[in-house]
Structure formats: structure tokens, C-alpha cells
Design a protein around this ligand. Structure first.
Ligand SMILES: [Zn+2]
Ligand SMILES: [Zn+2]
Ligand SMILES: [Zn+2]
Length: 478
């Protein structure tokens, strides 16, 4: 459970910090005769803890004629603004917006496996593989390995363990609990190669790019022998492990080469695809450009742990599309929480606080900052992304043809919200489409004006979600 701070900016009329109580804020809002209208104007924020306030004019335009059917001026609304969601992906920043992002990612990943949302249902029979690509080891860390029987095994038991140059014994006989703070932390922080770790994070997107090229080349070679052609589509999500390194979960799917006939030829099976992925992952490696700290450059390759599983959409007992989609979506809303949440970008001013040598995360940040003092763009980025431990890639990405896009899902929802809450919705239908044009709106601020407003808006959003859920359940059970 993460607790995200609710942003209160207290600039509204009548809101003088220190002079009001939550009680009086609640009462003064709820007793106003425009209270219902106010609830309507905050509804599009949908439970966001740091909403964006917009002011200006918004028009409903008839698509065919260009005629303006209705205009909403926010000056006529109770707070003279409308509220929209901040849209942040991270659950530690805004739980409501992260939940929306998670659901969208789920829909996107699932559509790529089972069809729907504009993706043909025939994709369900395409060979697909769920693969996890991990980082190599940069020194022994505390882990929680599982034995074959599903029990927690000892961390790193070594009867004749050696001692490192710092006099630390490189052995740990504990069976760690899931909540143990030492998980992912090095047995000896002074031996751990922090520089190589952040350099690896920084180059992980390039390693992924080269690996997909390797997979595509191998596929071409295989299918050429069969006299057919295929295409590779994928969706991937990055996740931080406790040791502070990213790893990637990806769904890789085979499509037909011709966009009009997306079904691939039956010659290539999912297990062939899986072995091609493993082969390409093992073979892909490159060296970074030279750096004074390592003139020969760092070697960038995947770790030895590479898990590939064939995705079956219907058969029970195997990985199902829903399970895979939920799994990927869950990670899409995380940032570096597994290592520790970082609220800010790193600068000269706060480096001593966040780059402390007393924590694993601090050492990673300090290493990224130090190495980033270099003219080459590959290393400069380490400073800008020091708060992400060097990783500058996206947290969820997909190839163009895999599925619909998050943007498409988002704009569909935004249109719907605008119409539902504000405009001339009853006029709109398939033969009489209306477009809500919001370009006349500009930024007016961020956050809720009072704690009372936040409480009322967030509880209204929670009630709305409950109604939606009940409606959905009734629909599926009826
Ligand atoms: Zn939000
Ligand atoms: Zn241990
Ligand atoms: Zn050591």
C-alpha cells in the first residue's frame, strides 16, 4: 500500500490556510447552492490526488458541418475552472491515475493476445512467447531463492566461503522473508560494481533494440528456408528489481508479413520462436564507448536468467492471456519503488542527501552522477536520469503493430468524459458525431484548493467507481 500525498494549493476564494478547519471547509463547500455543479466539474479528475485545473472555453463541434453546437465557458462554473486528472503513471504519485494507466496497459496487452479494441481476434492463434530478460550480476546480493518444492531456500550458503578484500565473508545462510530490507543489497557494498550497474541500466534500451534485431534476423533465416515470411510484434514493460537494475517482461508475437493478412504461416511454432529468442538474447552484446573510469568501455549483455514461456490463450494449465496481461500491467505503474521511491531529480544541491554512501540506492545514484560528468551523450544522460538509477527508457513500449495505443485508449476516454459531464451529449450518436474541442482551455493551476474539496471530490470519485463496478457485475451476471 503506497500513500501518495494529496496536493492542496489553497488559493481559492475563502481558503485562507490556518484560519479554516477541515470541518468548515467541508460545510462551506457542501452548503453552496452550486455544489452539484461543482461535483460535475471535478468528476473528470476521477479521484486524482493532484488534478490539473483548466480555464477557458470548450466547444462541441459538429463533425460534418463544423457548426459549434454548444460552448462551455469555465467562468460560469463554481471554481471558474474544470478539473482533469494528472495522468501520472506511478502509483506512488497518484494512485487513481496509476490505476487508470494499469487498466489501459492491461487492455492494450490483452488485445494484442486475444484481439479486441480494433485488433483482429485471429491474433489469438498466433504463436506468442512471454519472456523475461534480466541484467547480469554486478556482485553477490541477498536473494530469496525458491526450492523446487516451493519453499524458501537459503540465501547464499557457502561452507568454505571466501572473504572479500574488505574482510566480509561472502556467504549468507538465512532464509529471507519477503519483507527483509537486505534483499537485493550486496553482501559487500564496497566490492559491488555500482558503475557497471548504472551503465547497464543506461544501455538496457539499446540492448533490447539490438536483441529484437537479432530475433528478426533469425526469424528471417528460418522462414526463408520454408519459403514464407513473418513479422515480429511485441509489448514490453520495464521493472526495477530490488538490486536497482531494470529487467524487461515482454510478449513477443508472430504475425504474417502482409498487414492485410495478419495471420502468420503455420510453419513457425511458438517453441521455435522461444528458442530463437533465447539464442538472440545470448548472442547480443556490445561495448559502450570509452570512459576515463573504464577506457575499454563496459560490456553490455543480458544476465544468464532468461525465462521464456509459450502463451496459450485457451488451454487450461498454461499461461493464459489474462494472467500475462495482468502481470505486465501491474509492473507498468511502478518506478523505482522496489529500491526506494525518489521524489525528485538529482542535482548538485541534493546529491549529498540522495547520493548517500550509506544506502544501496544512494551509491547507485552517486555512481550515475559521477560517470555522467562526461561529454558523450551516452554518459551525460546518466546525470539527467540519476533518479532512475541511469535508466532513461520508457516503462511500457510496444511495436507499432502489436495492439492499439495507450494514446488511442486515453483520448477515447477523455472524449467520453467531457461529453458525459459537461456538454450536449444527447445530440451525439453514430450518424451525428460531435467532437468536443477543448483547445480553448489553458492551465490554471494544480492540486485541490482545500483539504475539504479534496475529500469531497475523492469520495465522490470512489462512489462513482463503485457504481461502475456494480453496473459491470450486473451486466456480466445478467
Ligand atoms: Zn492523478
Ligand atoms: Zn542473505
Ligand atoms: Zn568487499
Amino acid at each position: 500500500m503506497t500513500l501518495a500525498p494529496v496536493l492542496i494549493t489553497g488559493t481559492g476564494a475563502g481558503a485562507m490556510p490556518g484560519t479554516t478547519t477541515l470541518h468548515s471547509e467541508l460545510l462551506s463547500r457542501a452548503a453552496r447552492d452550486d455544489y452539484q455543479q461543482w461535483l460535475t466539474s471535478v468528476a473528470p479528475a476521477g479521484g486524482c490526488v493532484r488534478p490539473i485545473r483548466l480555464h477557458g472555453r470548450m466547444h462541441d463541434v459538429h463533425t460534418a458541418t463544423g457548426e459549434i453546437l454548444a460552448t462551455l465557458d469555465t467562468a460560469s462554473l463554481p471554481d471558474r475552472v474544470i478539473y482533469t486528472a494528472c495522468g501520472d503513471r506511478r502509483a506512488s504519485v497518484c494512485p487513481a491515475c496509476a490505476e487508470t494507466y494499469r487498466r489501459d496497459t492491461y487492455q492494450l496487452v490483452r488485445a494484442g493476445l486475444a484481439g479486441g479494441k480494433g485488433v483482429p481476434e485471429s491474433v489469438a492463434i498466433h504463436p506468442a512467447v512471454f519472456a523475461t530478460f534480466t541484467a547480469p550480476s554486478f556482485g553477490p546480493v541477498h536473494t530469496r531463492p525458491m526450492s523446487k518444492g516451493g519453499k524458501v531456500a537459503r540465501c547464499r550458503p557457502r561452507r568454505n566461503a571466501s572473504y572479500c578484500p574488505h574482510g566480509r565473508r561472502l556467504s549468507c545462510g538465512q532464509r529471507h522473508k519477503e519483507t527483509d530490507a537486505c534483499l537485493g543489497r550486496p553482501l559487500c557494498p564496497d566490492c559491488y560494481d555500482y558503475q557497471a550497474a548504472v551503465v547497464w541500466n543506461a544501455h538496457a534500451p539499446e540492448l533490447w533494440r539490438r536483441t529484437t534485431i537479432g530475433i528478426r534476423r533469425r526469424l528471417d533465416r528460418l522462414t526463408r528456408d520454408h519459403g514464407v515470411r513473418v513479422r515480429l510484434s511485441y509489448a514490453k514493460v520495464a521493472e526495477f528489481q530490488a538490486r536497482g537494475l531494470v529487467h524487461f517482461h515482454a510478449i513477443l508475437r508472430l504475425d504474417g508479413h502482409d498487414p492485410a493478412r495478419i495471420t502468420p504461416p503455420a510453419r513457425v511454432t511458438a517453441s521455435q520462436l522461444a528458442s530463437i529468442i533465447r539464442d538472440a538474447a545470448r548472442a547480443t552484446r556490445f561495448a559502450t564507448v570509452s570512459h576515463p573510469a573504464n577506457p575499454r568501455g563496459w560490456d553490455i549483455a543480458w544476465g544468464r536468467q532468461l525465462d521464456t514461456r509459450v502463451v496459450k490463450v485457451t488451454t487450461a494449465g498454461e499461461l493464459t492471456d489474462t494472467a500475462v496481461a495482468s502481470y505486465l500491467a501491474k509492473y507498468a505503474t511502478k518506478a523505482t519503488e522496489a529500491v526506494g521511491t525518489l521524489p525528485v531529480r538529482i542535482s548538485d544541491g541534493n546529491l549529498t542527501i540522495y547520493g548517500s554512501p550509506h544506502s544501496h540506492q544512494g551509491r547507485l545514484i552517486a555512481a550515475a552522477w559521477r560517470l555522467g560528468n562526461h561529454p558523450h551523450a551516452d554518459f551525460q544522460a546518466l546525470r539527467r536520469w540519476a533518479h532512475m538509477l541511469g535508466y532513461r527508457g520508457h516503462f511500457s513500449t510496444k511495436s507499432r503493430r502489436y495492439s492499439t495505443t495507450l494514446r488511442a485508449l486515453r483520448s477515447a476516454r477523455a472524449d467520453w468524459k467531457r461529453r458525459q459531464h459537461l456538454m450536449v451529449a444527447p445530440l451525439a450518436n453514430a450518424s451525428n458525431p460531435i467532437v468536443a474541442v477543448a483547445t480553448g482551455l489553458s492551465y490554471a493551476g494544480k492540486g485541490w484548493r482545500t483539504s475539504g474539496d479534496a475529500l469531497l471530490a475523492l469520495s465522490a470519485a470512489a462512489r462513482a467507481r463503485d457504481h461502475e463496478r456494480i453496473a459491470r457485475e450486473e451486466l456480466t451476471s445478467g
